[in-house]
Ligand binder design. Structure first.
Ligand code: PEP
Ligand code: MN
Length: 360
């Protein structure tokens, strides 16, 4: 994608006084449920009403959505409340039906973005559309796959594009349903600063009481909007019951969230920021220097192991290091999750080095 400047214009054209807000239930369940939620949201800051009608479920047997019938309910939402509507599409037939029913914004789910075949099918079906199309990140933390999906749509002439960050699946123990991996979203913003990026804190957290916090983090990181699952009776929702919030909670959240300015021209602020950034740069240089030194020591250990024909991986020693570092980290305000991730990465690099030495 060369000229991505045009990509942010659809959002700019909306001239919003706040981040874009997409809200509504995970799934459309009944016509009554959909309309009730929509009416409770119609006077709020919500820009688009969402409802999933084709639901990708991890295991069969769970509620798989009401299907095309739900499109009529979304049409009624628009007629009765004036809110724009959106839903997830996962194949060419969905795209055709959604467009026929005048859905304003389509999003592509995490389980579709992982498949280049599905993405191509959807891109072909959307050829030249002026609908807004948002691509959720793939389930796995693969930036290229995410960008690849967006590029397929762009190449098919879809100009009103954007992305949704909904977190990534992981085997690691985590307080999130899908870990945010914020650095990946930041990398994404750096690569495509003109592509609107929306955060989906509902699927990141999986828990309603964490949604506010993650939403605030997203705004602090300059995200352009939020997609938040909202239901009149969250506990009894047919899907994703633990993560949905009520319309009243959503409206309160919109009031409490702080929208930070993208930048600030005040010279005192600029000076302090420059100074702190300079300090960070010094510490970062030291970190790299230290990591390099640590790796040199690991190389020496590798040479010793080679001489004595000892296996590279010594689990007991490694668990000892981890235990100590978690304690050390804790005393410096670093979370166990961070220490585990950081030391796993350092350890992997050491193993790679030692492997090279032993094989070399
Ligand atoms: C959803 O938005 O309801 C959904 C299924 O999300 P994801 O594709 O992010 O799992
Ligand atoms: Mn959901």
């Amino acid at each position: 994608m060369k000229n991505t400047k045009e990509l942010k214009t659809w959002l700019g054209d909306m001239k919003l006084s706040h981040p874009l807000v997409i809200a509504g239930p995970c799934s459309a369940e009944t016509e009554e449920q959909v309309l009730k939620i929509a009416h409770e949201l119609k006077d709020s800051d919500v820009n688009y009403f969402r409802a999933g009608i084709w639901k990708p479920r991890t295991r069969p047997g769970n509620f798989e959505g009401v299907g095309a019938l739900g499109l009529k309910w979304l049409q009624r939402v628009k007629e009765e409340t004036g809110m724009k509507t959106c839903t997830e599409v996962a194949n060419a037939a969905h795209v055709k039906l959604a467009i026929e029913h005048d859905i304003d914004l389509l999003w592509i789910g995490a389980r579709s973005t992982v498949s280049p075949f599905i993405m191509q099918e959807i891109a072909d079906a959307l050829q030249g559309t002026d609908k807004i199309v948002l691509v959720k990140n793939p389930v796995n933390p693969d930036l290229a796959l995410w960008l690849g999906g967006i590029e397929r749509l762009y190449t098919a002439g879809v100009k009103n594009l954007g992305a949704i960050h909904r977190g990534f699946s992981t085997y690691e123990k985590s307080k999130y349903r899908n870990i945010p991996e914020w650095q990946l979203a930041i990398e994404f913003q750096n690569k495509f600063p003109d592509l609107p990026l929306i955060c989906d804190p509902s699927h990141i957290t999986g828990k309603r009481d964490m949604v506010f916090d993650v939403s605030q983090t997203a705004l602090d990181l300059n995200f352009d909007g939020l997609m938040i699952e909202t239901h009149v009776d969250p506990e009894n929702a047919w899907s994703d019951a633990a993560q949905q919030v009520t319309p009243a909670t959503l409206i309160q959240m919109m009031e409490d969230l702080k929208v930070r300015k993208a930048t600030e021209t005040d010279s005192n602020y600029r000076e302090s920021l420059e100074n702190l950034r300079a300090q960070i740069n010094v510490v970062d240089d030291q970190l790299i220097e230290l990591l390099g030194r640590r790796m040199k020591v690991a190389d020496k250990i590798g040479a010793l192991k080679k001489e004595k024909n000892v296996a590279v991986l010594q689990s007991r020693r490694w668990n000892e290091i981890l235990g100590n570092m978690i304690l050390e980290g804790e005393s410096r305000g670093l979370s166990e999750e961070f220490i585990l991730r950081m030391f796993k990465a350092i350890h992997q690099e050491s193993i790679n080095h030692q492997e090279k030495i032993i094989k070399g």
